[in-house]
Ligand binder design. Sequence first.
Ligand code: S3P
Length: 167
Amino acid sequence: MQHTRIYLIGFMGAGKTTVGRSLSNKLGWVFIDLDEEIERREGRPIAKIFQDHGEPHFRKIEQRCLEDVSGLERAVIALGGGTFINPQNRALAMKTGLTVWLKVSFAKVWHRVKIDGTRPKFGDKDQVERLYQTREPYYALAKVHVSTDTSTPEWVANEIMGVIEKS
Ligand code: S3P
């Protein structure tokens, strides 16, 4: 296996965190959830960062965090739903690891994600659907695509294991 880092990419509700945990256990690698890492560093929830300083500030912290974790060895890194949209973030992830898109339909997203105030970009259905559509072409630039619509996180993690063992 030539990779030492795996980046999980995809829209909110794709299963990046659950699949990431399962995959890191199977590989015996460290698991980093970029959102959790941001919250830990900033000492407050993402919603509060958005509220206090706005999205551009959040995106700066997100980029810095990604730059830092992109140096870790043997790591599964779950990105936030917007991380891979930034061209610099995208180039960094592509250069430093295997990029895996966890593909999910909008219907599943809408069913899975609760509107509980923790995700500032998730609210009005039409807006979320538009965001979903504008982001799809960027996610599609990831090297590996795996659908998470009907599969368990365990199955998706095994599927990714299969790909990395061959690569
Ligand atoms: C965001 C997705 C969130 C989090 C932030 C912004 C987005 O991550 O980074 O709320 O722009 O799609 P998840 O995809 O892990 O929910």
